[in-house]
Design a protein around this ligand. Structure first.
Ligand code: NI
Length: 156
């Protein structure tokens, strides 16, 4: 496994919508290696989430994990999650503001409004369909990564 180079703001890859991954390619060596590398890269830089576009791969993959994290102290934990081709649906119009940072945007924090409760549908790392609801900080991290897959960053 390798720690990958993270694209910084200004790199055009962060501004292009990522391509969906055909179901039958999810278990390929290339995709599995990319997922493993994304996980070690996220952990190396103390991120709580990382999208493939941030490591120069225009693919709809995001990984997230919240454990003891110096960048986000006292946030609820989220187990390691791999989301492929995710779709999000707000469960209500309720939104909340909170601070966010991004491994592609150094030394900046911004207060961003996000939906409080969302429904998430995606494939996981083995290609199975997953459906779950997320709220609060968990929902915030997923919306932040989903934005990356659409070619957006939180500053938008
Ligand atoms: Ni980010």
């Amino acid at each position: 496994m390798s720690i990958l180079k993270v694209a910084r703001l200004g790199n055009p890859i962060l501004r292009h919508p990522a391509a969906p991954i055909p179901r039958e390619q999810i278990e390929s060596f290339e995709i599995q290696r990319l997922i493993a590398d994304m996980v070690v890269t996220m952990r190396e830089y103390d991120g709580v989430g990382l999208a493939a576009v941030q490591v120069h791969e225009s693919k709809q993959i995001a990984v997230l994990e919240v454990s003891e994290n110096a960048r986000y102290p006292s946030k609820p934990r989220v187990p390691l999650t791999v989301l492929i081709n995710p779709t999000l649906t707000p469960l209500s119009a309720e939104m909340e503001d909170d601070w966010e940072g991004c491994l592609s945007v150094l030394e900046l924090r911004g207060k961003v409004p996000r939906y409080k409760n969302i429904q998430v549908s995606a494939h996981n790392a083995t290609g199975d369909r997953v459906d779950f609801t997320a709220s609060g900080f968990h929902a915030r991290v997923i919306q932040h990564e989903w934005d990356h897959l659409q070619g957006k960053v939180y500053l938008d």
